[in-house]
Design a protein around this ligand. Structure first.
Ligand code: HEC
Length: 128
């Protein structure tokens, strides 16, 4: 029922036309929020230094780290952590969740939950 009802709903909204319809359609529970550009930019310029472009933990600065950043492509690990835990690690840093202080906090993102959610989505994306 659900799978047939949603496309019809989206179609109906699209048929009404305009941007308003798109906003309503993208706020359906099944549609993932788009990743904010700021999150992509932060990942590409900052997080990649250690976590690497593909999330395997092979950034240039990772060589000197012990422990090293883990491989985000590891599906078993992905399943073992919650989004909340990842978000907390990003904002408060490694020690806040019992991990290494080599994982720096981004307190500046505390008031930007959409950017933090975007970063979490980027990390989740590596495990897909
Ligand atoms: C200076 C290197 C460095 C940078 C920059 C860095 N990290 Fe990390 N990060 C680490 C290390 C090292 C760990 C693993 C800590 C451990 O296992 O004790 C880690 C762990 C994490 C974890 C927890 C994953 C786990 O192992 O459970 C998340 C989430 C994370 N980083 C996200 C990010 C994001 C997002 C950014 C960019 C905003 C970022 N990190 C920037 C070094 C870094």
């Amino acid at each position: 029922m659900k799978t047939t009802a949603i496309p019809f709903f989206v179609l109906l909204l699209t048929a009404c036309g305009g941007e308003e319809a798109q906003v309503s359609a993208s706020s359906t529970p099944d549609a993932p929020a788009p990743i904010p550009a700021e999150a992509t930019q932060i990942y590409d310029t900052f997080c990649t230094t250690c976590h690497g472009k593909t999330g395997v933990g092979d950034g240039a600065a990772a060589v000197a780290l012990d422990p090293k950043p883990r491989n985000y492509q590891d599906k078993a690990w992905q399943a073992s952590v919650s989004d909340e835990q990842l978000a907390k690690t990003i904002v408060e840093g490694g020690p806040a969740v019992g991990l290494s202080s080599a994982m720096p906090p981004r307190a500046d993102l505390k008031d930007k939950p959409d950017v933090v959610a975007g970063l979490v989505q980027i990390i989740r994306g590596f495990g897909e």
